[in-house]
Design a protein around this ligand. Structure first.
Ligand SMILES: Cc1ncc(COP(=O)(O)O)c(C=O)c1O
Length: 395
């Protein structure tokens, strides 16, 4: 077995690892780690030190030293996370900030063109694509993917759309969606999109840190990410990526003149960043790398997901919302109690009767309960979840 798979199963390792985090002993079992991750204790301490440092040095330090001494080095490290050149990324305050800046400034549309979104996109991405279409006189095509999905159904649905809507120019694509956790076959979809000359803006919010990918190999030229989910950074940091040869296809944001038009950073609003959070990133990245990065986090999260999914997959009252094709799932997976109409009531029962915290999300086939283990989740926690799901489905 490869080393990372071995480690994914090693509860002794992970029990020790959990010791690096402060977890409230009185809180319910948190299986809603998809919202944002806990920072390690050392990262929290570093963040606190940076808040005090910046508060002391204030603008004297920031104006004279931050950009020159740290800002560019941090940007370089962010770019290294996705194996991209430094000049292809620009810091943002969130994934939505990055994605909406790409969408708002995409200049390849003319009246009569079409843009594509699907049911699995994040709401702020959908609304931005609808806004863009309105501004440019374009039409919005909205797809609903088949459930359960398969590799072929996902790629085939896009191919059919590209054939049916020949004026399509731009589409949103969500690598890992926040509703069911389905992982999109990005490379195959991007290859198909290229055949039809359709540009893709990739939402990588849930992929970064738990899936090992290379944007160039995937064929992705525009993407937005955040750092608080699977990288473990402070809240409210994100970044966008524009393949250098496509920079001219995204306009400078509202003609902002702070950076020259040849600089990717001109494609995002210019504002005062959370400097203490930025200064904390080198330690965050060091810890991410020391653990083994996405190649270690992904297999661990998948292992925890497999533990509960394998135990409930054949339960007649449970529908698991992602298939078991390893190309199509990751740590986040939703489920629903098929005999119950109200999934929120079931999520409330999970919390009240079993002390397990989850979140309900609405999908095209109705509401479901999203279950997201984190790096502080142990196999024993998943056993507790499994028993609760089986009891609830049978009573
Ligand atoms: C798929 C997806 N895209 C975008 C976002 C937005 O990320 P942010 O809160 O950093 O803007 C989220 C947040 O949960 C998400 O799940």
């Amino acid at each position: 077995m490869p080393e990372n798979t071995l480690r994914a199963h090693d509860e002794t390792f992970w029990r020790t690892f959990v010791g690096r985090y402060d977890v409230d002993p009185d809180e319910p079992l948190n299986l809603e780690n998809g919202y944002f991750a806990r920072m390690s204790r050392t990262v929290v301490e570093e963040y606190q030190r940076n808040i005090e440092f910046i508060n002391r040095g204030n603008s004297v330090y920031v104006r004279q030293h931050f950009d020159r001494d740290h800002g560019e080095a941090i940007r370089r490290q962010v770019a290294q996370l996705i194996q991209a050149p430094t000049h292809s990324v620009a810091m943002a305050t969130s994934a939505v900030d990055a994605l909406q800046s790409l969408i708002r400034n995409y200049n390849g549309l003319k009246p009569g063109d079409q843009v594509l979104i699907c049911d699995l996109e994040y709401a702020s991405v959908k609304s931005a694509m609808r806004w863009l279409a309105r501004q440019r006189g374009a039409e919005v095509i909205e797809l609903v993917h088949q459930h359960p999905a398969s590799f072929e159904s996902l790629v085939g649905t896009y191919r059919e759309a590209f054939i049916r809507y020949p004026r399509l120019k731009l589409m949103a694509l969500t690598y890992v969606n926040h509703l069911t956790g389905l992982v999109m076959p990005v490379k195959a979809i991007a290859e198909t999109a290229r055949e039809f000359d359709v540009d893709i803006i990739l939402d990588g919010a849930h992929a970064l840190g738990q899936i090992d990918f290379n944007l160039k190999k995937l064929g992705i030229e525009f993407a937005g990410f955040n750092l608080q989910k699977w990288i473990g950074g402070p809240l409210a940091l994100g970044f966008l990526y524009i393949a250098p040869h496509r920079l001219a296809d995204i306009d400078p944001d509202m003609d902002e003149g702070h950076y020259p038009a040849t600089d990717t950073r001109s494609r995002i609003p210019h504002s005062t960043p959370n400097i203490p959070a930025l200064l904390t990133l080198p330690l965050v990245f060091e810890e991410h790398r020391a653990l083994g990065g996405a190649l270690a986090k992904g297999p661990r999260l998948n292992y925890l997901r497999d533990l509960w999914v394998r135990a409930v997959r054949d339960e007649p009252g449970i529908d698991v919302m992602t298939p078991d094709d390893p190309r199509l799932y990751c740590g986040i997976t939703s489920m629903r109690f098929t005999a119950r109409r109200d999934q929120q009531t079931m999520a409330n029962r999970l919390l009240d009767e079993y002390g397990i915290f989850t979140v309900v999300r609405d999908t095209s086939v109705g509401p479901c309960i999203r279950i997201t283990p984190g790096l502080t989740t142990l196999a024993s926690d998943i056993e507790r979840l499994t028993k609760a799901l089986i009891n609830l489905s049978r009573t």
